[in-house]
Design a protein around this ligand. Structure first.
Ligand SMILES: [Zn+2]
Length: 78
């Protein structure tokens, strides 16, 4: 179900698919990682870039998501 109204302030002004970066030079998109089905020494996990839908009125993140869903996300403590 698509969320069309901010759950925090009620605004319907929402910008979709905002790119989120992990650095100030916009080179490194924020990623979630999942287990690589074809595990190798160099790549036992793969990244999925994250996007956000954000409220234009209060700045809240309405939704945080990856475009491709997976069931084998890497979880746990850093
Ligand atoms: Zn809002």
């Amino acid at each position: 179900m698509k969320i069309t109204k901010c759950i925090y302030c009620g605004s319907e002004e929402i910008t979709e698919k905002v790119k989120i970066y992990a650095d100030s030079s916009h080179n490194i998109p924020l990623r979630a990682v999942f287990e690589n089905d074809k595990k190798s020494f160099f790549s036992h996990e793969k990244p999925e870039y994250l996007y956000a839908d954000m409220c234009n009125s209060c700045g809240s993140v309405i939704r945080f998501y990856a475009e491709n869903p997976h069931s084998n996300w890497i979880t746990g403590e850093y």
